[in-house]
Design a protein around this ligand. Structure first.
Ligand code: HEC
Length: 162
C-alpha cells in the first residue's frame, strides 16, 4: 500500500516539474535531472517549514535579518564563504564578531541542539537555495561530516558537544 502511495506521489511530483519546465525553461532548476529535482523539492518543503519554526523569529521569513541584531541570510556573503561554520552553527550556535555584507554583528546565536542531521540538511538546502539564489542540495553526508568535525579552532562554540 505504501509503495502505491509513494508511486502516486512520485508521479504527481514528476508531472509538477515537467509542466514547470515547459512554462519556464530558464528557471534556476532547469539544468537538474528529474531525480535531483524531486529530492530538492522534498528538502525545500521540509526546510521551509523548519526554517519558519526555528529560524524566522530572528532572521525573518524573507531572510532579511533584523537591524544590527540579527544578520541577514538573504544574499549574505558570510553564508556563501563560511559554509561549514554556518551549517555547524545551526546545531551548536555561534558567537563572536562576524561581518555580514560589510556590517558587523556580535550577538550570540543559540544552537538548536535537538535538530537532527536530516533536519539540518533540509534547513541548509532551503537557506542556500532560497536566500543565496543558487541551487544547492546540502546532503546528509555533508552535514554529518561537518557536525562531527572538530571546529573549535575556527569559531567559538557556546554549546560544545560533551
Ligand atoms: C535567537 C535568534 C536566532 C535564531 C533563532 C537563529 N539565529 Fe542565526 N544568528 C543569530 C545571530 C545573533 C547571529 C550572529 C552571531 C554572531 O554575532 O556571531 C546569527 C548568525 C547566523 C548565520 C551566519 C551569519 C549570516 O547571516 O550569514 C547563519 C547562516 C544563521 N545564523 C543561520 C540560522 C539558521 C539556519 C537558524 C535556524 C536553524 C538560525 N540561524 C536561528 C540569531 C539567531
Amino acid at each position: 500500500m505504501r509503495g502505491v502511495v509513494g508511486m502516486f506521489l512520485f508521479l504527481l511530483i514528476s508531472i509538477y516539474f515537467s509542466s514547470c519546465d515547459q512554462k519556464n525553461k530558464t528557471n534556476k532548476y532547469g539544468h537538474l535531472d528529474l531525480r535531483t529535482k524531486i529530492r530538492l523539492r522534498q528538502y525545500m518543503v521540509e526546510g521551509k517549514r523548519l526554517y519558519s519554526l526555528h529560524c524566522a523569529n530572528c532572521h525573518q521569513a524573507d531572510g532579511a535579518g533584523l537591524a544590527r541584531l540579527y544578520p541577514p541570510l538573504k544574499n549574505s556573503d558570510y553564508l556563501i564563504s563560511n559554509r561549514r561554520e554556518s551549517i555547524y552553527g545551526m546545531r551548536h550556535g555561534q558567537k563572536g564578531e562576524i561581518i555580514v555584507n560589510g556590517v558587523s554583528f556580535n550577538q550570540e546565536m543559540p544552537g538548536i541542539i535537538n535538530l537532527t542531521d536530516l533536519e539540518i540538511a533540509e534547513i541548509a538546502t532551503y537557506v542556500y537555495t532560497e536566500f543565496a539564489d543558487t541551487v544547492q542540495i546540502i546532503t546528509l553526508n555533508e552535514v554529518r561530516t561537518i557536525i562531527d568535525s572538530c571546529m573549535q579552532d575556527s569559531i567559538e562554540i557556546p554549546n560544545k558537544k560533551p
